[in-house]
Design a protein. Structure first.
Lengths: 192, 192
DNA sequence: CTGGTCATGTAACACGTTACATGATTGT
DNA sequence: ACAATCATGTAACGTGTTACATGACCAG
């Protein structure tokens, strides 16, 4: 079971769809060609994580609509509570977020805080790297033709990526803390 | 020549370092193990993109310090001005930013505007997806136990990722526009 | 009549990860 | 003692990409 296996199960835990539609869903945040999805689905069907029914369509080819089994659902829920660490790839985190509604408040907030911790550490080491660069180049960082300028703007980008993700984590934790039934359909954590 | 080949040349165009140090540099934004770097360096040395000199050290193993050749530098500069498109991976963009000081203002701004265009289109399609989800679920998006809640917060994350990157692109373009020699060592485009 | 979408599948190849292999030095 | 850092390299395996293969339908 690799990340894509869990990913397909994660999506099928929410809706029963074809391999083609799975590809479209997952492509929103992870580029996976159909050539990887069909063989995996066949394997997972053999191993009883999913089942399918053949659906005939008018004007379109037949399709296999896959559904998750009880075994598959248990597998997803076990995977969901495995703690994240620094080596967890963003795709796996995104897939867990896709299923966060299966978690109780405690586990959901833990998932977000684990991620936040990794990101805070990343920012810390990158700020240290900026200090190293500044010490090495004294002020040529201000010239558009200096390699130190290039490195500086790149590291600032990486820091801002982590920073916005931390803000997003805290926004979601806030939604759990301020409880149910409030309307949060605006992205107050980030104005654009 | 793949992305990693250009990446190693991109870094060597700024400093002559060992394969081990190349790994450390590139790991700041792209996880590459040494097992991929050493064979590629050997290949590029054979093809005269780089040369190396064996440097003896006290208390540490000998190392091969690689330098870029004239042929390698021409290759990097040709690669730098190849326009980005939607299929360009973020690592390749980051590597080009690492070398942006080789570009004149016109080409540098073009690189950033190409990236911005791709990101604006991404945000557009994701906002459309949010509208689809809202239309499908009417208000259960507000419940922490709804799969629509999970999808909604995930898409908002993807939008905020693109939005902060656009802000960064505009910040850098601004540095080129407001010209040389001003002190921009604060990240005024993003407070954290 | 050409290209795009829906729909499934396979095969060859390239890319990426993990483990094996060696070995001195330095810090806990 | 044990682990980490510096330093290079190879090998086996798993992941990911591109192309081949088929075919009906619909829009420009």
């Amino acid at each position: 079971m690799n990340t894509l296996n869990y990913g397909l199960l994660a999506i099928l835990s929410n809706e029963s769809i074809s391999g083609y539609d799975l590809m479209l869903r997952i492509n929103a945040f992870w580029h996976i060609p159909h050539s990887r999805i069909y063989p995996l689905l066949a394997k997972m069907e053999q191993e009883k994580f999913v089942t399918y029914t053949l659906v005939e369509q008018k004007g379109k080819p037949d399709k296999k609509v896959y559904s998750i089994t009880e075994k598959g659902l248990i597998t997803v829920k076990e995977w969901l509570i495995v703690p994240l660490d620094a080596s967890t790839k963003k795709e796996e985190f995104y897939l867990k977020i896709y299923c966060i509604h299966y978690l109780d408040k405690e586990h959901a907030v833990q998932l977000l805080k684990d991620r936040e911790e990794v990101l805070v550490e990343k920012i810390h080491s990158r700020k240290k790297r900026i200090e190293e660069i500044k010490a090495e180049c004294d002020s040529s960082i201000n010239s558009l033709n200096s390699p130190y300028f290039s490195r500086y703007i790149l590291i600032q980008k990486l820091i801002s990526d982590s920073a916005i993700e931390i803000k997003w984590c805290r926004w979601v934790i806030g939604l759990y803390d301020t409880a149910e039934n409030i309307n949060f359909l605006d992205m107050s954590f980030f104005e654009f």
